[in-house]
Write a protein that binds this ligand. Structure first.
Ligand SMILES: [Zn+2]
Length: 476
């Protein structure tokens, strides 16, 4: 039984228009501060400069922001809006302020100029994820403004109508695992992250399939287990080939590892596939139901159904994956190498442990080649999942439906990791929900870390009242 959801809060249209203009300018400001991770030069302080920018904005809104600079140049920023304390635990508006590098020579526009081209704001971070930083800041500023308009001090008094606190937390270092960002915040200020629920990146963005607009909301993310495999052969003279040439052994190992694994449909993906089947016309619905049932022909069905960009994502979401991404071996053409190093990126579904993943890797390598290998785990990030039910979930679904009655919200998993890897184990259910209604042809998935990253201004215009209403409804 779905929880009753309060009606949309009313903000005058003129105020939305002004808030939208301000949101766009905020996003341009954020993009123009390159906060590249890893920092491109020693001592680069882009993340701290973004954090200081946000701190100034939050202070100007009347709040009392705090900065945590765990490593010089790599700050995170936080502010709290107070509710009256009768509504339960807070809602966390979570984001990260770092971006991945952008090779300018491959872009059609300067990645850090934040130009507006044909209705799109272009720049590194436009969708990952300074757009959400700007959306969340805009909501915080609207709420703080409502307190000031009522003659209150938003740094000390409850915001009118809020029963829960709203936390605004923006971390550094998400793109490199979060040691200098969310992990430092967890260690020193866990209260910046503990909440009844968090809204984060990678979901709530429309995808148009066969004419239907779907809004996958991220409720789970795969885990990661990258391994370094040391391969031992025998050194020798290239004039006399050896079977235990480490380069040859490594090539065989990589070939065995690169084979796609068996299909394993988790609960979240079964719900995603069944909800999509419900929403899409006949033939597509049948194919999706077969995939949900674990049909061994799933990859063929997916390829027939989806654009290659989505097919690649969907295939990765119904199995544990292994991608061999680094091979190092050899010193000279006439020297048989006795050593090789292979690095593989394993991504695991919820329910899989690290020892189980390692066992799969060993099995793939095979008993004949395994004695030549030493397998070293580089880092382990457990998969996480939050419930696709309950009051916050219901608010997300209902608010999207109210703002886009033709849209269909459904739970999904991300094939990669986010700061949710830290917040979920802290007890904060974390949802990828950065609401954007996109043009049907926009190739959004390719924009993440891609060339000419961009976000449509219309999509932002859609997103702001959605996010505002979610906060008002869940916290009101
Ligand atoms: Zn991101």
């Amino acid at each position: 039984m779905a929880t009753a959801v309060r009606p949309s809060a009313s903000v005058p249209a003129a105020d939305w228009s002004a808030a939208h203009e301000r949101l766009v300018e905020t996003l341009r400001d954020l993009i123009r501060i390159p906060s590249i991770n890893p920092p491109p030069t020693p001592g680069a302080d882009g993340e701290t400069r973004v954090a200081r920018y946000l701190e100034a904005r939050l202070r100007a809104a009347g709040l009392a922001p705090e900065i945590l600079e765990s490593v010089p140049g790599r700050a995170s920023v936080h502010a709290r809006l107070r509710g009256d304390g009768t509504g339960g635990d807070p809602l966390l508006l979570l984001s990260h302020l770092d971006v991945v590098p952008a090779p300018a020579e491959r872009w059609s526009h300067d990645p850090f100029a934040a130009e507006i081209v044909d209705g799109y704001l272009v720049g590194r971070g436009a969708v990952d994820m300074k757009d959400m930083v700007a959306l969340e800041l805009a909501v915080v500023e609207l709420l703080a403004g409502e307190a000031r308009a009522a003659g209150l001090d938003p740094a000390r008094h409850p915001i009118p109508g809020l029963r829960r606190d709203v936390l605004f937390t923006c971390t550094s270092d998400e793109e490199a695992g979060g040691a200098a960002g969310v992990k430092a915040v967890e260690a020193q200020h866990p209260e910046w992250l503990r909440a009844a629920g968090a809204l984060n990146e990678c979901g709530g963005v429309s995808v148009t399939v066969l004419g239907r607009r779907l809004y996958p909301i991220q409720v789970a993310e795969k885990g990661y287990a990258p391994y370094r495999i040391h391969v031992s052969g025998t050194w020798g003279h290239g004039s006399m080939p050896r079977d235990d040439n480490a380069a040859v052994l490594a090539a065989r190992i990589v070939e065995r590892l690169a084979v796609p694994g068996p299909v394993r449909v988790t609960d979240v993906m079964a719900r995603f596939l069944m909800a999509a089947a419900e929403a899409l016309p006949g033939g597509a619905g049948d194919a999706l139901r077969r995939i949900a049932a674990g049909d061994p022909q799933a990859d063929r069905l997916i390829d027939a159904l989806c654009d290659p960009m989505y097919a690649r994502a969907l295939r990765a979401l119904i199995r544990d994956t292994i991608s061999p991404d680094v091979i190092h071996t050899g010193v000279k053409y006439n020297v048989i190498p006795g050593d090789a190093v292979i690095e593989i990126d394993c991504r695991v579904l919820p329910g899989m442990t690290e020892p189980e993943m390692r066992a799969i890797v060993e099995e793939r390598i095979g008993t004949d080649l395994l004695p030549a290998c030493t397998i070293e785990l580089m880092v382990w990030g457990a998969p996480v999942a939050s419930p696709a039910e309950g009051p916050l979930w219901d608010v997300l679904v209902a608010t999207l439906r109210d703002h886009d009655p033709d849209g269909v919200a459904l739970p999904v998993m991300a094939p990669f990791g986010t700061d949710g890897k830290t917040t979920v184990p802290l007890g904060t259910p974390t949802y990828g929900f950065s609401p954007l209604r996109l043009d049907p042809d926009e190739r959004f998935l390719e924009r993440f870390h891609g060339v000419d990253e961009r976000v449509s201004l219309d999509a932002l215009k859609f997103g702001l009242p959605v996010l505002y209403d979610v906060v008002r409804r869940f916290c009101g």
